[in-house]
Structure formats: structure tokens, C-alpha cells
Design a protein around this ligand. Structure first.
Ligand SMILES: N[C@@H](CCC(=O)N[C@@H](CS)C(=O)NCC(=O)O)C(=O)O
Length: 210
């Protein structure tokens, strides 16, 4: 199989998801840093790879893939073991449902470009921006907490696409001072995942561009 290259930024939650999945599947990959704070994602050169101007982008032997969930699905189909979307079609739908709650309904509302738009177009203060952030995270995490049972990971005794989506979102929430102990099941899963090397090596503080 060909080399995988990942255009990434150490603190990007979406890139963090893909790093966890690559590590869980034991795949070798090379990262290329795109500095979001310097606006490198908007450069003509990067947009020729990813017209949305977002990270991550994964380069495979077949070509590039944008959108982290599409990358996770491609990895699962191309490298099925260990599975990150296991089970029958109903179980897979349940896992995707929870992952989408994080990746489609929480994360986009708190993305850098959304926060910058609030600030630049509507003169939102830092305090109001933080309130916005906390609001969407809290609503999303409350719903997730209600769906979790007592497994070691989100949905079973093995890490899945849900844990892969959740851990970067928790990391991000803690950066914005969310009190994660308000969500005890999420907190326990977060702490447990971070004892695993696949999660540890994917963490923002362990990236070459940190
Ligand atoms: N739905 C996309 C989201 C990608 C995304 O929002 N990436 C963020 C970093 S986590 C980004 O590049 N932000 C740059 C910006 O907002 O200008 C995915 O899952 O890949």
C-alpha cells in the first residue's frame, strides 16, 4: 500500500480524528503542517489541494480526500482491521449517528472561521464568543452523555469512530474552559482513551508542528 500524507494542524480537531484512526489501524503516515493561525489554509497553493481551505486533507495513492469523516470511512474500507465501525448495519448506523452528532452538529459551530466571523462581522466580544462556544458544546455533550452506557469506550469495549470523534472535541472543549466533570461518562472515556498510545500519539501536544 502507498504512503499516506496528511495535511494537518496540531490543534485541528478534524485532523486529530484522522491521526487517531491512522494510529489505531497501525498505519504509517507523514504529516505536513498547515498553520491555521497564519492563514496558510487559505493560500492558493493549499486551496488547489483542498478548495474549501480546511484541514485535514489526506493524500493517498489514488488521490486526495477532504473531510475527516470521508477519510475515516476510506480507511475503514481500505484497512478493515481493527474495525472502527464494527457490527451489523444497525450497529454501524448507531455509531455513525453519534459520530455525526459531534462532527456535524457540534464541531462546525465552533470552528475557527465561524468564531472569527462572529468577531469580525458582529463585533462579538471574547466573553460572548466563549458563551457561544460553551452553549453548543454543552447542548451536544448533554445529549451524548445521555446516550452513553457503562462501556470502557463510547459504545463497546473497543474504540470506534465515536471515540475518535469525541476525544478531540473534549480536548477542544477543555481549551475553552468547559468543566468536563459535568459529563462524568464522557470524562471517564476521555481519560481511558488517553492511556492508549494511538490516542496519545495523536494528541496535539505530540505533533511535529506543536
Ligand atoms: N468537516 C470538516 C471540517 C474541517 C475543519 O473545519 N477544519 C478546521 C480545523 S478543525 C479548519 O481547517 N479551520 C480553518 C478555518 O476555520 O479557517 C472535516 O471534518 O474535515
Amino acid at each position: 500500500m502507498g504512503q499516506i500524507n496528511l495535511y494537518s494542524y496540531f490543534r485541528s480537531s478534524a485532523a486529530y480524528r484522522v491521526r487517531i484512526a491512522l494510529n489505531l489501524k497501525g498505519l504509517d503516515y507523514q504529516q505536513h503542517a498547515i498553520n491555521l493561525l497564519k492563514g496558510e489554509q487559505k493560500s492558493k497553493e493549499y486551496r488547489s489541494v483542498n478548495p474549501q481551505g480546511l484541514v485535514p486533507t489526506m493524500m493517498t495513492e489514488h488521490g486526495s480526500i477532504s473531510q475527516s469523516l470521508a477519510m475515516l470511512e476510506w480507511l475503514e474500507e481500505t484497512y478493515p482491521e481493527p474495525s472502527i465501525i464494527p457490527g451489523d448495519s444497525y450497529q454501524k448506523a448507531q455509531l455513525r449517528s453519534m459520530a455525526y452528532q459531534i462532527c456535524c452538529d457540534i464541531h462546525p459551530l465552533n470552528n475557527l472561521r465561524v468564531l472569527n466571523y462572529l468577531k469580525n462581522e458582529f463585533s462579538v466580544s471574547e466573553e460572548e464568543k466563549s458563551k457561544w462556544y460553551q452553549h453548543w458544546i454543552t447542548i451536544g455533550f448533554k445529549a451524548l452523555e445521555a446516550q452513553l452506557d457503562d462501556h470502557i469506550f463510547c459504545c463497546s469495549d473497543h474504540p470506534s469512530i465515536v471515540d475518535i470523534s469525541l476525544i478531540p472535541q473534549v480536548y477542544n472543549a477543555m481549551r475553552f474552559n468547559l468543566n468536563i466533570s459535568d459529563f462524568p461518562k464522557i470524562q471517564t472515556i476521555y481519560q481511558h482513551c488517553n492511556t492508549m498510545s494511538a490516542f496519545m500519539h495523536a494528541a496535539p501536544e505530540n505533533q511535529p508542528d506543536t
